[in-house]
Design a protein around this ligand. Structure first.
Ligand SMILES: Nc1ncnc2c1ncn2[C@@H]1O[C@H](COP(=O)(O)OP(=O)(O)O)[C@@H](O)[C@H]1O
Ligand SMILES: [Mg+2]
Length: 312
């Protein structure tokens, strides 16, 4: 049975005359990482604030682990771990003290020391656990912020652009953390305006712009939606026209053209077609001198759908 952790539908939020969130809905299953990808001001933070019960909505609903979320539903919110963009840690306390402090607020009880050690291990701060957090780099603080969101073992972890302004090493540690949590069965909602992160982390992506999800699916679904295709560009040891027919006949290949030693292949999946294409070339007695693979990315999908770049 599919274990749906988050189900939200038709969420709406107005700020005065501004429609910040305009009918957003999606679902996330256990073990699934869902990305909300959109530019600054698209409505990502407003959407997750309603899902996390921090902000009253002007319409729609969010259900987490079977419970309706409102700003008043204290018990239901226990299923959610929110990692906000703003840091919620005390600079004069150590990482361990911060975790213990919030653990007590969450009523974690007797198992708290154990849980704090587990979290320090997960966020890879065990060796710095007893240093004051004001000594930490920006990335280490962010990792601790994620640790705070995980303390009470939520079903749904929500991260709001956790890598913005973070050094590359911490960024990588954060991305690895999120990958591992997803693999361990947690439902993750990840907002970002970095398409590379959405592609790397997310099983499905909702592209959000001006308060609406304008397209949703896997990277492959989304690029197919706008008619983009993978391409292979090969340079061969001889006349490429002698293999063009054989390559065109391969399953999954949409078109193939040649110019001198160059072969240009349009395919449903570059990774699936590549071995067959190379085989056809070598069977024709030619060698492959170079191969370039281009897979359209979510940036080009966004551009197609909105006519603008993700980062402006
Ligand atoms: N507290 C607020 N008061 C008024 N307008 C707001 C408030 N918070 C956000 N907005 C506006 O709502 C829109 C969506 O913002 P936000 O959800 O923060 O987008 P994102 O997180 O995708 O950058 C933006 O136009 C933003 O300026
Ligand atoms: Mg935001």
């Amino acid at each position: 049975m599919v274990d749906v952790v988050l189900e939200c539908s038709d969420l709406r939020k107005m700020y005065g005359d501004l429609v910040a969130v305009d009918g957003v809905g999606f679902t996330i299953e256990a073990g699934e990482t869902y990305g909300l990808l959109g530019p600054n001001g698209a409505g990502k933070t407003t959407t997750i604030s309603m899902i996390a019960g921090l902000l009253d909505n002007d319409g729609g609903s969010a259900v987490v682990s079977g419970n309706q979320i409102t700003t008043k539903s204290t018990a239901a919110k226990a299923a959610i771990g929110l990692v906000p963009q703003d840091l919620a840690i005390y600079p004069d306390l150590t990482a361990r003290e911060n975790l213990r402090f919030f653990g007590k607020l969450y009523n974690i009880g007797e198992s708290l020391s154990e849980r704090v050690d587990e979290i320090l291990d997960i966020i890879e701060l065990s060796d710095r656990a007893d240093d004051q957090t004001k000594e930490y780099s920006g990335g280490m603080k962010r990792r601790l912020n994620i640790g705070l969101g995980l303390l009470h073992k939520p079903d749904l972890l929500i991260l709001d652009e956790p890598t913005v302004g973070v050094d590359p090493q911490s960024r990588n540690a954060i991305l690895e953390n999120v990958e591992r949590l997803g693999a361990e069965g947690m439902a993750v909602l990840y907002t970002t305006h970095y398409m590379e992160e959405a592609e790397r982390l997310c099983d499905r992506v909702g592209i959000i712009d001006e308060g609406q999800i304008i397209a949703e699916g896997t990277r492959r679904d989304l690029v197919a939606l706008v008619g983009e295709r993978d391409r292979l560009h090969l340079e061969l040891s001889g006349d490429a026209s002698t293999v063009a027919d054989a390559v065109s006949a391969i399953d999954g290949i949409e078109s193939c053209s040649s110019a001198g030693p160059e072969l240009e292949v349009v395919t449903v999946s570059a990774s699936r077609s590549l071995p067959d294409v190379v085989l056809a070339v070598t069977e024709a007695g030619l060698d492959v001198h170079s191969i370039q693979v281009s897979e359209p990315d979510l940036e080009s999908v966004f551009l197609h759908l909105t006519g603008k770049a993700l980062r402006e």
